[in-house]
Design a protein around this ligand. Structure first.
Ligand code: NI
Length: 185
C-alpha cells in the first residue's frame, strides 16, 4: 500500500470522513441537538473501537507516517480537554483570548507515546459528560459567544466550535475503525 499510494488514497486515509466544512455552524436547535448527541455517544464508541485492541495494535500507526492509535487516543483527550475549557472560558468571560497548544508536540511526549489508554478514555468520558450538560443548557445567544485565537486573532463562536469537535470526534474514530477494517482485526 505504501509504495504505490496515490494522493487520493493518502487523502482518504487522512480524512476518512472528509475534510471539515468550515462554514458549518450548529446554529439551530435541531443541529445543536444532533451535535450534542454525537458528543454524548462518542466516549462509548471510542471505547468500543479500541476495546478489542492489544498493545501491538495500539502501537500501530493508523496510516503510514501517522500517529499510533495510542497517540490518537491521548490526542483526543488533549484536544477535548482544551475544547471544554474553551467553552467554559467563552461562557464565563467576554471574548477571551484562549491559549493555543502544540498538538503535535503534546502527542510526542512520554505519556502520549507510552501510557496505557485507559487514563485518556476516562478523561474523554468525564470531559464529554460535563460538556453534554453544558451543551444541553446552551441558549441560542450562548452559541454566539466566542473566543479569540491568539495567533490568528480570529474570533470563533461556540456554534462553530461545536461543529469542529463534532467533526473531530468522527474523524479520529474513523481513523481507528478503518485501520481495524483494513487489518481485519
Ligand atoms: Ni485531531
Amino acid at each position: 500500500m505504501t509504495a504505490t499510494m496515490t494522493e487520493q488514497e493518502l487523502e482518504q486515509l487522512k480524512y476518512p470522513t472528509g475534510r471539515r466544512d468550515p462554514k458549518l455552524r450548529a446554529g439551530t436547535p435541531q443541529r445543536l441537538a444532533e451535535c450534542t448527541a454525537v458528543i454524548e455517544a462518542f466516549p462509548r464508541k471510542l471505547r468500543a473501537a479500541v476495546g478489542t485492541m492489544n498493545d501491538a495494535q495500539l502501537d500501530m500507526p493508523y496510516r503510514p507516517g501517522g500517529w499510533t492509535v495510542r497517540q490518537l487516543v491521548h490526542h483526543i483527550a488533549d484536544s477535548h480537554m482544551n475544547a471544554l475549557i474553551r467553552f467554559k472560558w467563552a461562557l464565563s468571560e467576554d471574548e477571551p483570548t484562549i491559549k493555543a497548544y502544540k498538538q503535535d508536540l503534546w502527542a510526542e511526549q512520554a505519556d502520549a507515546r507510552t501510557m496505557p489508554i485507559c487514563a485518556s478514555l476516562d478523561i474523554v468520558s468525564g470531559v464529554h459528560a460535563r460538556w453534554v450538560v453544558i451543551l444541553n443548557a446552551l441558549s441560542a445567544k450562548d452559541l454566539e459567544r466566542g473566543f479569540v485565537h491568539p495567533e490568528t486573532h480570529r474570533r470563533q463562536d461556540l456554534a462553530e466550535t461545536l461543529e469542529i469537535y463534532t467533526w473531530h470526534s468522527g474523524h479520529h474514530l474513523a481513523h481507528i475503525t478503518r485501520l481495524k477494517e483494513r487489518e481485519g482485526w
